[in-house]
Design a binder for this molecule. Structure first.
Ligand code: CA
Length: 366
């Protein structure tokens, strides 16, 4: 299958090249600008079921690339499991099984713990702060250094905004209630929960509802009201906790195999980068618009909204920073990213306390 596709791709490029050569010989006769850019077809493995907002992020990238190249560069996103399992996107991109993928980098902290920063870490940055760190604060350069070891280059491509704290079948009133609970939660948030006594499971989105509904797990976090409603999590558990302290502004990533990236014409590289920036804007806007509407529906349908208790929040924050320090002492890449990130976080929190938070606290008070 792959071989045949490669042959087809080569044939498409050869055809385009022949057309280019033909058109070059005509340029003296015609003022029409011939770009000479090849037809390229890529496959994009994703970690998402097709129904969710996260998949729309992948589709946005593909759609914008096609639009900006007049259809010459086509990327086809595939749902989790169609090409590779949802949590193996990095492996497939690294191996070149697919040219690119759309996923959460923190699914791969087992390979390099510092990849958590590319997505979100507990008590980290909100979406706006995360983008500032990635694009202007040195974050993306730091993440690229890590991904180079996997023969991959990454581009932020979508954010869900601040997430929710997950669905629980029973109320969690104190730290003691977390002990022994089986919960779907990935990333470093999962490691913090594990230290709080939770039996942590990492399942792709398509498997969360069944596991929760059948009682294989007692709790599950996914994204927020819109996606969680689509997955039906409100039908499997009643208590909906907030805030999602482990994911205050998670960024998704397009991962591109470095060999495939280097083969792209420079114009296509710039177009693909621009398309991922579009996806960042579109996805965040979409979630910010749809989540409030979905929450209203969920509450009308019997969902009970519950805040995490202060003792859980405080214990989780303390453990999170202990975990960061431990990882930093064991892993050079983590230490480099963490220290740079920590300084950025401190500065932007100090600034946002003055401008954003003082304003938000005033206008949202009851
Ligand atoms: Ca989540």
């Amino acid at each position: 299958m792959m071989k045949r596709r490669e042959v087809l791709n080569s044939a498409a490029i050869a055809t385009a090249t022949a057309a280019t050569l033909a058109s070059c010989s005509q340029t003296t006769k015609s003022p029409t600008v011939q770009t000479g850019l090849p037809n390229i077809r890529w496959r994009m493995a994703t970690s998402w079921p097709k129904s969710l907002g996260t998949f729309i992020g992948a589709e946005t990238v593909a759609k914008r690339v096609a639009e900006m190249t007049n259809g010459r560069f086509q990327i086809t996103p595939f749902a989790a499991g169609e090409l590779v399992p949802g949590l193996q996107v990095l492996d497939a991109v690294q191996a070149g099984t697919v040219e690119c993928g759309h996923t959460s980098s923190y699914y791969y902290i087992g390979k390099s713990p510092a990849l958590a920063f590319a997505t979100a870490v507990p008590f980290g940055l909100n979406a706006q702060q995360q983008y500032a760190w990635l694009y202007q604060g040195g974050g993306l350069e730091a993440i690229h250094k890590i991904y180079t070891n996997f023969n991959v280059i990454s581009f932020p491509a979508g954010s869900t905004g601040a997430q929710m704290g997950g669905w629980f079948k029973k109320e969690i009133q104190s730290l003691a209630d977390l002990k022994g609970l089986k919960m779907r939660i990935p990333g470093l948030g999962g490691e913090v929960m594990s230290r709080l006594g939770v039996n942590v499971q990492v399942l792709p989105g398509g498997e969360v509802y069944l596991a929760l509904d059948r009682g294989a797990i007692d709790a599950a976090e996914w994204v927020g009201p819109y996606d969680d409603e689509k997955l039906g999590l409100n039908k499997a558990a009643k208590f909906y906790y907030y805030p999602g302290w482990w994911e205050p502004g998670p960024t998704l990533d397009v991962l591109v195999n470095l060999n495939a990236w280097k083969r792209l014409p420079k114009e296509y590289q710039e177009i693909l980068k621009t398309a991922t920036v579009d996806a960042n804007m579109n996805m965040l806007n979409e979630y910010d618009t749809l989540n409030g509407q979905a929450l209203t529906r969920l509450l009308a349908g019997g969902t009970k909204l519950v805040p995490y208790s202060q003792d859980i929040m405080q214990a989780a924050q303390k453990i999170s920073f202990e975990l960061f320090e431990e990882n930093a002492s064991k892993d050079v890449a983590f230490k480099q990213v963490y220290e740079q990130w920590k300084a950025f976080r401190q500065q932007i929190f100090a600034w946002n306390r003055v401008n954003e938070l003082s304003y938000a606290n005033f206008v949202t008070r009851e």
